[in-house]
Design a protein around this ligand. Structure first.
Ligand code: ADP
Ligand code: MG
Length: 338
């Protein structure tokens, strides 16, 4: 749909009876950004939804996180029926039979396929109501426990599946924000490309992701790591197992990490001096799954000289933040885009 700027998060508040959503309606309203109520039909409790490129999390008021699944849907090509959603659909990635396709309806932090996104959300949440659109970095900051309503700068770097969102927040407002299309997915691709170039080894995207998660790093490790990788040799066309070292995967991720480092540097340069001083005290907080890349915090610390911390539960910061906002209507009003 192409909403500008950083990735956005949907937050639904129970408002009472509202009409059923149709996909046209959804598109129209979502693209209008403002007045985003009544997207879904009636729901019995308030929900916060983090619709991420890689993962979708749903938080229910008073219940906590009730859905935490990959943003993937498997659809039957012939009947159009949904075969599987979330974890089950992810299992199918790369191994679907001809008539089933696994779709990732979110790309680069925005909704790329409305129909499938709607179907996926329907599966995850069935019904909801009033929807607010909030800046993702802001809720990530709240979820990470940053005092965003106080005068003082906070820098959040949210490294997700499709985008890295960097924001400087003060007094519940965004002072600076930038979204770069460099995050987890691009790292997975970089790992796959590296193995293809160096070893003529073809690996699927799930394997590439596992390698990144297990031995990927942004700065030399104290203890070297190795991993056995199964793939298909491109020349011989047969399955093959090789062993790779952490240093190789660090090299593979080099450009991706450099792009993120550069975006952080630019953000620091563009931050007003008063807030810079705050950030040098409070440091930078990392959220999103990409925050878990080994020694990424260390790398940022080394290069910027600033304190860097990782949110307690980086994959859940956004949904936890939206959850907090559900119980704080004043805060929600303050920071919602409409
Ligand atoms: P989004 O909000 O865009 O859905 P997430 O914040 O859920 O993204 O993060 C998903 C990304 O984080 C994926 O690319 C995934 O591979 C990556 N990720 C998850 N865990 C780890 C880890 N331990 N180390 C490195 N990357 C990770
Ligand atoms: Mg996210």
């Amino acid at each position: 749909m192409g909403l500008p700027g950083c990735a956005k998060t949907l937050l639904s508040k129970n408002l009472g009876t509202v009409p059923n959503m149709s996909s046209k309606n959804f598109q129209m309203r979502t693209s209008r950004v403002s007045n985003m109520r009544s997207i879904f039909s009636l729901f019995s409790s308030d929900l916060a939804i983090d619709l991420g490129t890689a993962n979708t999390l749903v938080y229910a008021h008073g219940k906590g996180i009730i859905v935490n699944e990959p943003s993937i849907i498997a659809v039957n090509r012939v009947t159009g029926e949904v075969e599987a959603v979330g974890k089950e659909a992810k299992e199918m990635l790369g191994r679907t039979p001809g008539n089933i396709i696994a779709i990732k309806p979110m790309k680069d932090g925005v909704i790329a396929d409305f129909k499938q996104t709607e179907k996926m959300l329907n599966y995850f949440i069935q019904k909801a109501s009033e929807v607010h659109l909030v800046e993702q970095a802001m809720v990530a900051a709240i979820g990470a426990g940053l005092p965003i309503t106080e005068p003082g700068g906070n820098m959040v770097v949210d490294i997700g599946g499709g985008t890295t969102d960097i924001a400087v927040i003060s007094l519940a407002g965004i002072v600076y924000s930038r979204s770069v299309r460099m995050a987890g997915n691009q790292m997975d691709e970089a790992v796959a490309t590296y193995l293809k170039r160096k070893y003529n080894l073809l690996v699927g995207e799930r394997t590439a992701e596992q390698i990144k998660i297990e031995i990927g790093s942004a700065f030399p490790l104290d203890k070297p790591l190795t991993m056995e990788i199964k793939g298909r040799n491109l020349i011989e066309g047969v399955p093959k197992t090789i062993t790779v070292e952490d240093s190789e995967i660090r090299e593979a991720l080099g450009e991706c990490i450099a792009t993120i480092m550069n975006a952080i540097r630019v953000a620091l340069e563009r931050t007003p001096p008063e807030l810079s001083a705050d950030i040098s005290d409070r440091g930078i907080v990392l959220t999103g799954g990409g925050a878990l890349i080994k020694n990424l915090d260390k790398r940022i610390r080394e290069e910027t000289g600033l304190p860097v911390s990782i949110a307690d539960d980086p994959l859940a910061s956004v949904v936890l933040g939206t959850g907090k906002m559900l119980s704080d209507f004043r805060l929600l009003r303050k920071i919602s885009i409409d």
